[in-house]
Ligand binder design. Structure first.
Ligand SMILES: C[S@@+](CC[C@H](N)C(=O)[O-])C[C@H]1O[C@@H](n2cnc3c(N)ncnc32)[C@H](O)[C@@H]1O
Length: 375
């Protein structure tokens, strides 16, 4: 299974050399090479910053042999596959295990000690330069396996989405999602974008793929979406408020670490989705809800008057702030707290965005003998 191959490589890349070698031979060297090069191509943005037409040949070294794989850049786009066609303009030679760790391992573990670049075409960029014309393309391909942090606001603009510029969510996403960047997480986003247009949407999924370089990314939209799926991105059609659909989604994805609700923004849908998904989030997981302005708008089931009405999304999430402190309520000893109370360890409110953290909320209250209890 293609998806399992990618997940296996990501998981192995966080381990030692032996685990990575075992994963490569289990998946098959040719297939593993294709997965790594696909990732480098997708991180290189070659479509936007088209360089000259060229071929870059990769030789991934394993047990004294080279596994070949070729990237071809032309006016028609970027493709990659087994070596064929014209002579390459450059060859990149690198240890297979090192490149696997570079692409899918934690950023701090990325190295390029075994990398060698051989320029076959030395035509210079300009008359005044000694740098080969194809060097920028090779550089873009290789930087995807180097230690560098992408700014999420910049990525949002690059992928043409409104998380920076219309809204200003990216600063908060950076704060809450940065700890996940080096982990092989599952992210689900409700709302792929583009509404009824099957050809549009997917920008945010591509942004998450870039920012969370070891994650499996699932997008859900009520409308059919073509051309969104790619390596590490899976697009499913369904209604975010339909619990039967959500059950099938979770069978496919496994328990998520990160859930983002950027779907219908109807208060009832927001609350129904949260009610099903939050208890199924991994412990330590994070749930983010965008566009909470609709909580104040009647057309979305909201109200600008009844601000604590729990059928509005803000009314619902504000009540969760009390869940964080449920142990402090003066209730009878045999009071049984709601399951949700025990799971919400933190809640943050930003302009139109809320972030809810999941864990075990059971620190306990002050002991009975504490003087403050009698004040
Ligand atoms: C604001 S767009 C998502 C934008 C995308 N997340 C981004 O950042 O580029 C909202 C999407 O939610 C979808 N949607 C609306 N109602 C939905 C529902 N009940 N379940 C799932 N998706 C829904 C729409 O079709 C639309 O494409």
């Amino acid at each position: 299974m293609a998806k399992n191959d990618v997940a296996m490589l990501i998981s192995a890349a966080g381990g030692d050399d032996l685990s990575i070698s075992v994963a490569i031979s289990h998946i098959g060297e040719g297939r593993a090479a294709a997965i790594l090069i696909d990732e480098l191509v997708s991180r290189a943005d070659l479509r936007e910053q088209a360089g000259p037409a060229c071929c870059v040949h990769f030789e991934l070294l394993v047990a004294g042999r080279a596994v070949p794989h070729m990237v071809r850049v032309s006016g028609d786009g970027v493709t990659h596959g087994p070596r064929s066609g014209p002579e390459p303009d450059a060859t990149v030679r690198q240890d297979f295990v090192e490149l696997t760790r570079g692409v899918f391992g934690p950023a701090a573990a990325r190295t390029s000690r075994t990398r060698q670049i051989i320029w076959h075409n030395t035509d210079p960029i300009s008359d005044h330069s000694e740098v080969p014309r194809v060097a920028p393309t090779v550089h873009r391909l290789l930087r995807g396996a180097e230690m560098r942090a992408d700014d999420l606001g910049e990525l949002s603009l690059r992928f043409g989405i409104d998380k920076w510029g219309l809204h200003y969510y990216t600063q908060h996403y950076e704060r809450h999602l940065s700890p996940w960047r080096d982990r092989p997480v599952v992210l689900i986003e409700f709302g792929i974008g583009g509404f009824d247009n099957a050809e549009r949407g997917g920008g945010s999924l591509r942004m998450w793929k870039r920012f969370l370089h070891r994650a499996q990314i699932y997008g859900v939209d009520i409308a059919r979406k073509n051309n969104v799926a790619e390596q590490r991105i899976y697009a499913l059609q369904g209604d975010q408020s339909d619990h039967r659909f959500l059950e099938s989604l979770l069978k496919e994805s496994g328990p998520p670490d990160i859930v983002i609700d950027d779907g219908s923004h109807q208060c009832a849908d927001v609350i129904a989705t949260f009610g099903y998904m939050f208890p199924r989030l991994q412990p330590g997981g994070v749930y983010l809800v965008e566009d909470l302005q609709t909580s104040y708008w009647p057309a979305y089931g909201g109200s600008s008057v009844q601000l604590s009405d729990r059928t509005t999304s803000m009314g619902f999430f504000k009540a969760l702030a009390d869940s964080v402190n449920y142990e402090e309520l003066m209730v009878p000893d045999d009071h049984v707290p709601a399951e949700l109370d025990r799971q919400v360890t933190g809640i943050h409110f930003y302009h139109n965005l809320s972030v809810i953290e999941k864990g075990t909320n059971a620190e306990g209250t002050l002991p009975p003998w504490h003087p403050a209890r009698f004040a």
